[in-house]
Design a protein around this ligand. Structure first.
Ligand SMILES: Cc1ncc(COP(=O)(O)OP(=O)(O)O)c(N)n1
Ligand SMILES: Cc1nc(C(=O)O)sc1CCOP(=O)(O)O
Ligand SMILES: [Mg+2]
Length: 203
């Protein structure tokens, strides 16, 4: 079973990944939207080099075909991504995958695939993207903890350092973040705060 770091950084591009991973990030997702495949390919390669140099686990969002092509070992897929993903090909290539969930039906669908983790979101309101789901809240995190059994649980959406103790107390194993670090005046300093707050939850 994968043990997830409690701090799950999500970045938009390889530039930000190269700034933040050397600070001590151990789990990072490259979540690039609306770029040509060649650009994504180049950015994944940069991310692989940086993560290998710093002992961080790279997770590629969405682009599972490129992840197989480039010998990555971890992808994240949402429910729509799952519609077209070839899970046998992923397993055959030795890739682990984490899956997004927002309601019980999605959770059951995700658990059927024996993922490395399930993510529940948005735990709090998120500014990152329009979603049909309202904030799930901490009670829902606790419910997911029970339903997911031994599968690691990632909380995502509207997370900031002050919210982390209650998120972990509710049963999350890891906290994923985009906006709080991306929009910080000093992303490096904010990232260090996240590392400090989450360290005590390392298993
Ligand atoms: C850790 C984590 N959880 C959820 C998501 C969202 O995935 P998805 O629903 O496919 O949406 P996009 O991120 O692709 O817009 C995630 N990326 N990471
Ligand atoms: C990308 C994403 N997926 C979500 C889900 O619930 O599946 S919430 C979310 C946004 C998370 O980012 P922030 O830290 O900016 O709120
Ligand atoms: Mg996706």
């Amino acid at each position: 079973m994968t043990v997830l770091d409690p701090f799950y950084l999500i970045v938009d591009d390889a530039d930000m990944l190269e700034r933040l991973v050397p600070l001590g990030v151990r789990l990072v997702q490259l979540r690039i939207k609306d770029r040509p495949d060649d650009d994504i390919r180049r950015q994944i390669k940069r991310a692989q080099i940086c993560c290998a140099a710093h002992g961080a686990q790279l997770v590629v969002n969405d682009y599972w075909r490129l992840a197989i092509e480039l010998n990555c070992d971890f992808v994240h897929l949402g429910q729509e991504d799952m519609d077209t993903a070839d899970f046998e090909a992923l397993r055959g290539a030795g890739l682990r995958f984490g899956l997004s969930t927002h309601d019980e039906a999605e959770l059951a669908r995700a658990l059927d695939q024996r993922p490395a983790y399930v993510a529940l979101g948005p735990v709090y309101p998120t500014l990152l993207k329009q979603m049909k789901w309202g904030p799930q809240g901490l009670e829902r995190v606790g419910q997911w903890r029970q339903l997911a059994g031994s599968i690691p649980l990632v909380g995502i959406g509207g997370l900031v350092p002050d919210r982390l103790p209650s998120l972990f107390a509710a049963g999350a194993d890891s906290a994923a973040v985009v906006t709080d670090i991306k929009t910080a005046q000093d992303p490096e300093a904010r990232c260090r705060e996240w590392i400090a707050v989450t360290r005590e939850y390392c298993k």
